[in-house]
Design a protein around this ligand. Structure first.
Ligand code: T4K
Length: 370
């Protein structure tokens, strides 16, 4: 039994495998600014994720900020996004001097609801930033249709969708740009890290400048860039973790089946839908608890698990519009009451990683069935 049992637990390379990499770094004394391990990881991920233009970052948030910056959006322009996400999604918009506009989620799969996006569009709308939340893939066709009709860049926050494919097509090839997080809590991680992917091969140079202060050469700075560079230690961890990812993903896929075996038919429990043709990233196992039908609230279950040192998480409650900077922002919705208002009181993410043992599952099962 693993205690405390957290919602996430990182894969790690064997300590002995670090030694040759560390010796190389120490010999070269190239610690950052595009060292050989950085370049090797970038190429490996580009192949692994099936995206020709895939550029590493020091974390997912800076990659998101850069993705928005790429499009040179007008100051104060509105970017439509979901309130059911990690704060970084909305903050990346604000840090660019843009205005986050929140649209509702689909009650079916909790991703950004296309009809509510359409309802939120104004003459100031500059872009759409959708999130494949919990690894559930957004309504790609509907969002692309809206983006195309209104001439808006469509950016995906794919922090939860590492390695996902849709009918064989890599998730990072949809929309105009996609951003992945390689934070320690993610399926694939580099302790901290991120990646910006785009089909717009012509933007590679722009991203390169934005990532490195806008520096073109020793004498020219061509734009207002940021420091988004991944260092050699992070890249080393990435190179050592990448070969382990598929095993971890498969372990989690089995865990998903295990959870589903006792949760699927429980009255009042709603799981994220299976998506035909989608190979799941296995990042999170999210469910919703309807207190009337289940007999207990989400918070009751959260506390019961916590009393056993099992730390499920209420991702993403509070939602962005509950946070101080965005309090009072409306949630544009096609429903009289935004679906997300109910969802946020019901959603719970269970421990979901290779460290969850049979005995842990039995205890979690007992909490739900008691
Ligand atoms: N967009 C979306 C949709 C995101 O979810 C995120 C990040 C981003 C953008 C931004 O990407 P980054 O800039 O982070 O690359 C965590 C992560 O810090 C954050 O990366 C992640 N989303 C978010 C969903 O979860 P917290 O505040 O919940 O983390 P924390 O420290 O409570 O960790 C959760 C559990 O994981 C802990 O209880 C224990 C375990 N854990 C955590 C760490 C850091 C470990 O076992 N080892 C560790 O090293 O935000």
């Amino acid at each position: 039994m693993s205690r405390p049992l957290y919602v996430a637990s990182p894969i790690l390379p064997k300590l002995d495998d670090l030694r040759p990499y560390l010796e190389g770094i120490w010999d070269r004394r190239m610690l950052t600014n595009g060292g050989p391990l950085h370049d090797e990881l970038e190429e490996a991920l580009s192949r692994h994720l099936g995206i020709p233009t895939a550029m590493l970052f020091n974390n997912g948030t800076i990659a998101l900020m850069t993705a928005l910056r790429m499009f040179d959006l007008p100051s104060g322009g509105e970017v439509i996004t979901t309130p059911l996400t990690f704060a970084a999604t909305a903050h990346a918009i604000s840090w660019n001097g843009l205005a986050p506009v929140f649209a509702d989620v689909s009650p079916d799969d909790l991703t950004l609801d296309p009809a509510s996006v359409e309802a939120a569009i104004t003459p100031k709308t500059s872009a759409i930033l959708a999130v494949h939340v919990y690894g559930t893939v957004c309504d790609l066709d509907a969002l692309q249709d809206i983006a195309t009709r209104h001439g808006l860049p469509l950016i995906y926050d794919a922090a939860h969708a590492f390695g996902t494919t849709v009918s064989g097509r890599p998730i990072g090839t949809f929309g105009d740009a996609s951003v992945f997080s390689f934070h320690a809590t993610k399926l694939f991680h580099t302790f901290e890290g991120g990646l910006l992917a785009t089909n717009r091969e012509e933007d590679r140079q722009t991203i390169y400048y934005l990532r490195n202060f806008g520096i073109k050469n020793e004498e020219e700075v061509v734009g207002i860039g940021i420091n988004g560079k991944m260092n050699e230690l992070q890249a080393m961890i990435g190179l050592l973790n990448l070969p382990q990812v598929e095993d971890e993903r498969q372990t989690r896929a089995k865990l998903r089946q295990n959870y589903k075996s006792f949760l699927s038919d429980l009255p009042g429990i709603r799981l994220q839908p299976d998506q035909p043709g989608v190979s799941n990233s296995e990042q999170y196992f999210a469910l919703q608890i309807d207190p009337e039908k289940f007999g207990r609230t989400r918070d009751d279950v959260y506390e019961a698990l916590k009393s056993m040192d099992i730390f499920a998480r209420k991702y993403f409650h509070p939602i962005c519009t509950d946070f101080e900077p965005y309090r009072g922002y409306p949630i544009h919705s096609v429903w009289p009451q935004p679906a997300v208002d109910l969802v946020k009181t019901r959603v719970l993410c269970l421990p979901f990683h290779g460290g969850v043992e049979e005995q842990d599952i039995a205890q979690i099962r007992a909490v739900f069935l008691s």
